[in-house]
Design a protein around this ligand. Structure first.
Ligand SMILES: [Zn+2]
Length: 82
């Protein structure tokens, strides 16, 4: 009867892998690399070059694009140069 347990185990493993792959595909479809404030995606501060999370960054909307800054100092100095 051991083969039955092995078969059951194999089916469980396959189902786990399938769920994992399906989740990755769904995540790749939903999570767009740019434009959204999803977690995990980092944006570059154009003033000092630091990479920050958009949700934590200071943002400035300008000409249809959004610029993200690590601090208010960087945000203000960016405004001065343009
Ligand atoms: Zn900065």
């Amino acid at each position: 009867m051991a083969w039955m347990l092995r078969l059951l185990f194999a089916v469980l493993i396959i189902r786990l892998i399938w769920k994992f792959v399906a989740g990755m595909v769904a995540g790749a479809r939903e999570g767009r690399p740019r434009g959204t404030k999803t977690g995990g995606v980092l944006v570059r501060d154009p003033v000092c070059g630091t990479y920050i999370e958009p949700s934590r960054a200071f943002s400035t909307h300008e000409g249809g694009t959004t610029h993200y800054f690590c601090s208010r100092e960087c945000q203000q100095s960016f405004g001065k140069t343009t």
